[in-house]
Each structure stands twice: as structure tokens, then as C-alpha cells.
Write a protein that binds this ligand. Sequence first.
Ligand SMILES: Cc1cc2nc3c(=O)[nH]c(=O)nc-3n(C[C@H](O)[C@H](O)[C@H](O)COP(=O)(O)OP(=O)(O)OC[C@H]3O[C@@H](n4cnc5c(N)ncnc54)[C@H](O)[C@@H]3O)c2cc1C
Length: 514
Amino acid sequence: MKKQYDFIIVGSGIAGLYNALLAKDIGKVLILTKGSIDECNTKHAQGGIAAAIGSIDSPELHYQDTIAAGAGLCDPEAVRILVEEAADRIEDLVTLGVPFDTVDGQIALTKEAAHTVPRILHAGGDATGEKIETTLTNAARASKHITIMENCLVTEIRVEEGRVAGVVALDSNSSSVEEFRAPFVILCTGGVGRLFRITTNPEIATGDGVALAYRAGAEIVDMEFLQFHPTALRLPGVPLFLISEAVRGEGGVLRNENGDRFMFNYSEMGELAPRDIVARGIVAEMRKTRTSNVYIDVTHLPRRVISTRFPQIYHFCLEHGLDITSSLIPVVPAAHYIMGGVKTNYWGETNIAGLFASGEVACTGVHGANRLASNSLLEVLVFSKRIIERAKAINEQGTLAESKAFLLQDRVTDSTSIPPLSVTALQSLIWENVGIVRKKDQLEAASSILSTWERTHLLPMDRPSYELDCMILTGRLMVEAALIREESRGAHYRTDFPETSSDWQRHNVFRKSV
Ligand SMILES: Cc1cc2nc3c(=O)[nH]c(=O)nc-3n(C[C@H](O)[C@H](O)[C@H](O)COP(=O)(O)OP(=O)(O)OC[C@H]3O[C@@H](n4cnc5c(N)ncnc54)[C@H](O)[C@@H]3O)c2cc1C
């Protein structure tokens, strides 16, 4: 028998849990998540949440910083909503019990790259994501209106007569395929980092939501804009681990192999320049010195500041034999955050009635071509609240503004040059050909290979093959978007089109042909 709910929420990071906690007051909620509840990007967030709550700050300043980072592609109205509703949403988190760090009874604020003033709230030092995930999980588990099904991979969004009707999921607990029905489905499936060989994202980040939504007929936008975090720890044999922006915000400096501080050669903002500039500066420096990493130096900071402000980073490095109070931290840029995704309006609605998208899978327009650090957790809070308000009002007629639309075309190539398909082969292909620095022939080669894999990949039967299937489709959307945009803007950099062009101050949308 098909099970009926009022809301189906796909994913259990901050977006899934927060939407569920709001939705439970108006209906019966089902959360489906493909791993255990805390397998998500959220748990790994270190730096914190941006909100203009400090005495020298204002929503207007936060607005200006966000717009500047977005390189001409932010939706100004979406950013206005983000910065003006921030303080109320932070209060909601405090009420839910998130233990933000304080100084003299006031919430402590730190500074991160491209923010003009300190405005980043944090919890447990650099354990912000973990504190949020735990607090929201406990609240969701305590509610009798929320059912949580772990190890359930959503494989299809059902659309009937133009509106969402539910989802199909592969339940690994019972090894069965089940259908769940609801008038509202909220996609909260997170990011795409795992499409790249080097990434800060955990294993779940395989871009499922983009592929599911595209196949259901939803519009996908801005997939060429992938943010590379400049500083991930690179120690041989150790899993990649983020060294938060806040480390540079608190005074950490970047040095090359020769011990020279170099970021001021690339930007007058030095280490606190926007992420794309720092990432490209590091790549250039690695090329110059023929090395595979650079270093962050915090040895000049007091030991107590390092261990209390960054306990996770400090202990992780120490466990792997690196005392960061006395040694330099080896780092490389890594794929981190996708600005594009499932296109939504200011109420989180997609172009399919009843289907919403929230969190990293969504593109609300607040990040434009480049996300301002710590705006993503805030975006989830602000737009989740609006999703549930919208669902309450039940207006099925919401429409989105017209953008330039594209169809995904098959690409044909000489089949002898196609490498065998595997996750590793896909990750290497995307990392090499669709990475920090891009150009036409490499993008075209990647697209042809992905297109061939898409045609020849066998019908998926289990979680790994479904994920690989999603990675191929999401990868194709990223590559084609990067090919179409013949300019450089924000996180999208092409050596064959290095300038930003006003002709391209627009969004490119993909939608399945019907
Ligand atoms: C290392 C790291 C540090 C970061 N630091 C910060 C920071 O300091 N500040 C900030 O604002 N942002 C930060 N970010 C970004 C931020 O953490 C994420 O953008 C945010 O947590 C995304 O939340 P989400 O709920 O959308 O997705 P996630 O938290 O990734 O949750 C996605 C969920 O969807 C589930 N899922 C996926 N596909 C399926 C499927 N097919 N079926 C069922 N379930 C599925 C997953 O299992 C998971 O539960 C950081 C990210 C990383 C990786």
C-alpha cells in the first residue's frame, strides 16, 4: 500500500531537518534520507552562519558584501530577503537550543573572507555544523508528527497532471522499492562535491537532487558556478579535511614552499580576498614553485586561541601527527559548494507545483556566481521558513521569471577514446576538465565522455549505481553550462574567455525536453 503524508522531505541535513520542524505544525511529515541521519554536508560546516547582528553591522552592509561576492549574478531581491530575515531566523535557532559561542553574554562574532565586518556566529568553536545537526536531529526525533526513514534512497519524483504526487525510494533496510505520496515534496539533498576528485564534501554529495528534479521536469540553473574552497588539509593518507576560512579570518597567513607570504601579489585583500581569487592564487603559486600544496601559518597566534577557537581542526591535525601551533598546515583548493541547482522563486517553489527545493540543492539566487562565506546555512533557514509559509497558503499558481532555456543534447564521439566508467574515472574527469581553470576543448571532451557514459550505463539497481547515474547527469549539466558561458565570472573561470562580459549577465537554465 502506498503511504500518504502531507510533506515528504528528501534529506536530513540542516535543510531537511529545519523544514521538517516547521512543517510538523501543519501536517504529517516524512523524512527520507539515504544514509544515517547525520550523513550530510551540514555536520562538517565549521566556520558558522553569517547574520548582521553586531553593533557595527547592518543588513545593508551584509547585502553589499553578498552582492559584491556574487559577481553580478545575485538576485537583489533574494539577497534583500536573506539579509533582512537573518536575525529572526537566528533567534529561532537559539530558541531550538543551538549553543552559539558567546563573549561576555553576547553572541561571539568572527570575520571571514569578503565580509567587511565580523558577522559569523559559531558554535563549539569550529563545530558549528555538528552542533546544529545534533540540536535539530534531537528536536525532529522528539516530534510524533515526524517519521524519519534512514537508508532510503529516493530514486524518482512522481509528477501527475503537472503537480508533484510523491516519490519512489529504495529502502535498504528491507531491500524493497516503495512509493510514498504527498502533495508537497521538499528536496533537501545537498551538493555535488563528490563529482570531483578533490573535495571537502562527504560521500553523500553526489548531486542526486539535481538529477531527480531534472528528470521530473524541473528547471536547473547556474550549474557552471562551483565554488572551490582554497584551503583543505593535504596530508598523505589522511582524508581531506577543511581548514576553515575563519582560520585566515583570525590571522592565519598563506605561505608558499619557500615560506613567502604571497596572497598580496594577487589581491589587496590578501588572505581575505573572495574564495575564487584565493583558490586561483594558490594554484598559480603551486605551479610557480612546482609543488602540490601551499601552507597556512598560524604559529604566530597564541596556542590557547588556536585550541579553543578551532578545536576540531587542532585535534584532527594533532591526531594525524601535525601540531599546528608549531608547524605549517599543508593545504590545497578543493571542490566545495555549488551555487547553482534547482531553480526556485523567493518561496522555494520550483516550476512544478508542490515541488520545493531547499538548501544547497536549490538555486534561490542569493549566491549569484560566487557564494559569500557562511551565507549557505543562513540561506537554508531563511528560505525554509518561506517554503512552509507558502505551503500553508497553498498557492499552486506560482510561476518563475523567464530565463534563457537550453536542452541537453547528446554528444557523439569516437567511442575508442572513451575511458571505462567508474566513480574514480568520473571524478578525475570532472576535476581535470571542469575544475578551477576551464577551457573549451577540455569541456567538450568531458561532455562527450559523459554523454557516452549516459547512453551506455546499465539501468541502476542499487545505491552505488543510482548515485553514479545521478553523477553522470549532474556532471553533464555542469559541463554544458560551463561550455555555454563564454566568459569568466565569479567561480567560473575560462582561460579562453578570461574577461567578464555584460552580454552574459544572465542565467542559463536547463529543462528536459518533453
Ligand atoms: C566541510 C564543509 C564546511 C562548510 N562550512 C560552512 C560554513 O561554515 N558555513 C556555511 O554557511 N556553509 C558551510 N558549508 C556549506 C554547508 O554546510 C552546506 O551548504 C549545507 O550544510 C547544506 O545543507 P543541506 O541540508 O542542503 O545539505 P546536506 O547537509 O548535505 O544534506 C543533504 C541530505 O540529503 C540526503 N540525500 C542526498 N541524496 C539523497 C537521495 N537520493 N535520497 C535520500 N536522501 C538523499 C543526504 O544523505 C543528506 O542527509 C560547508 C560545507 C562543507 C562540506
